[in-house]
Design a protein around this ligand. Structure first.
Ligand code: SAM
Length: 373
């Protein structure tokens, strides 16, 4: 992979490439790209955890809640999951739907939108018990109706990186210094970058760095633009525009992950590390609004889980004979507690809900005491 990238740099007349080009190759080159390789990445002993590693709790919460949404809104029975990783959440969710509403389960089509052939393969193996799963590389052009959801999808798109120095905007590029991949900068000339900053009202302070997620913007436009009626649920880590100026985000949010260790320098070991950055929530809200979606208040993950009924899932522990801390019921309850732990995984995630043509299913969220709007 590294040699391939070095050749790409040398092929360029100025011997440098954008971060977006570097990340596209490092993550999605058809042979060497991190997500395209035949190896596990998500879970214990791999590179990073996601919500899919919290037992079946996530799939169960979403399964119960989706079921109510389909019924209450008389919604076309289709679910689209973008970037489904191992397929575990799809499998958990479908197991739950089958248990709580067999008629809905039987009428449902569950589309997985997945770019990586390796991930497509493991997703189809894991969901083999559910004949309604269809795996596609991209969202159908014909438009969609139903529920489209994702967990850590929008954070996985290639981004440009810019920074402001001496009142001028620079684009951060990737070059070779000897044999090493290094950053360099040049005055930003890409009109699309300036257009993006204008469209989403992003103003950088002196010394500030930020990612420009043009590929994510394109994908989000496609998702909202093709929505005829339904819900878009996006779970991810991200910032609102006003948060990018805070110290933690002032130098941007581009990171690498390998074996659960966070790497600040994403240029090392391309192809063997995950590269990710925080989602720009205001961009998604603005794009949604333009496409006629209703944006609901951004929540943190704990409040979403509480509002969508996680506590209904607590297993009864009344019988003394069942007081075995290693029983499946105790384990399940511990996963629920971990999902709600203010210092745990949910603390890092937010949940965006955007709808078109749906009227019911929201009162719980509006009453939420944690509401961050
Ligand atoms: C960070 S992983 C998240 C996996 C899963 N949702 C989870 O939470 O465990 C990102 C997933 O999105 C897929 N992906 C990235 N870009 C994509 C694109 N443009 N179209 C479809 N899938 C994509 C990757 O192959 C991977 O399966």
């Amino acid at each position: 992979m590294e040699n391939y990238i070095k050749n790409e740099i040398l092929k360029n007349p100025e011997n440098r490439i954008t971060y977006a080009h570097f990340i596209e190759m490092a993550l999605y080159h058809p042979i060497y790209g991190y997500y395209m390789q035949n190896r596990a990445k998500i879970g214990k002993g791999e590179d990073f955890y996601t919500n899919s590693n919290m037992g079946s709790v996530f799939g169960d919460v979403l399964g119960n809640w989706f079921c109510r949404l389909f019924r209450d809104n008389d919604l076309h029975p289709a679910i689209y999951e973008c970037g489904a990783g191992t397929g575990k959440m799809a499998n958990d969710l479908l197991n739950r739907l089958k248990m709580v509403d067999l008629d809905l389960y039987n009428s449902l089509t569950y589309f997985i939108i997945e770019k990586s052939p390796y991930h497509q393969k493991i997703q189809s193996q894991l969901t083999a018990g559910h004949p309604q799963v269809k795996i596609l590389a991209t969202l159908p052009e014909s438009g969609w109706e139903g529920i489209l959801w994702s967990n850590e999808y929008f954070d996985a798109f290639p981004v440009h990186v810019i920074e402001k120095q001496n009142q001028q905007l620079f684009e951060i590029m990737v070059m070779l210094e000897g044999d090493q991949l290094k950053e360099t900068r040049q005055l930003a000339t890409d009109k699309e970058i300036y257009r993006y900053l204008r469209d989403y009202n992003i103003v950088l302070g002196e010394g500030q760095r930020i990612e420009i997620p043009l590929a994510m913007e394109k994908e989000a436009r496609r998702i909202y633009g093709r929505c005829n009626r339904g819900l878009v649920l996006s779970i991810d880590y991200g910032y609102r525009n006003e948060e990018w100026g805070r110290p933690a985000a002032y130098r941007g949010s581009l990171r690498g992950y390998k074996r659960h260790i966070m790497l600040d320098d994403v240029l090392q070991q391309p192809g063997s590390i995950d590269i990710t950055c925080h989602v720009q929530w205001d961009t998604l809200f603005s794009l949604g609004r333009t496409a006629g979606m209703d944006n609901h208040p951004l929540m943190n993950q704990q409040e979403f889980l509480l509002a969508s009924g996680i506590l209904e899932l607590l297993e009864e522990q009344a019988s003394v004979s069942n007081y075995n801390p290693f029983s499946p019921a105790h384990k399940y309850n511990r996963s629920i507690a971990a999902c709600l732990n203010p210092a745990g995984i949910s603390n890092y995630f937010q949940v965006a809900l955007q709808t078109k043509g749906l009227s019911t299913g929201w009162p719980l969220f509006e009453q939420s005491i944690f509401n961050s709007f």
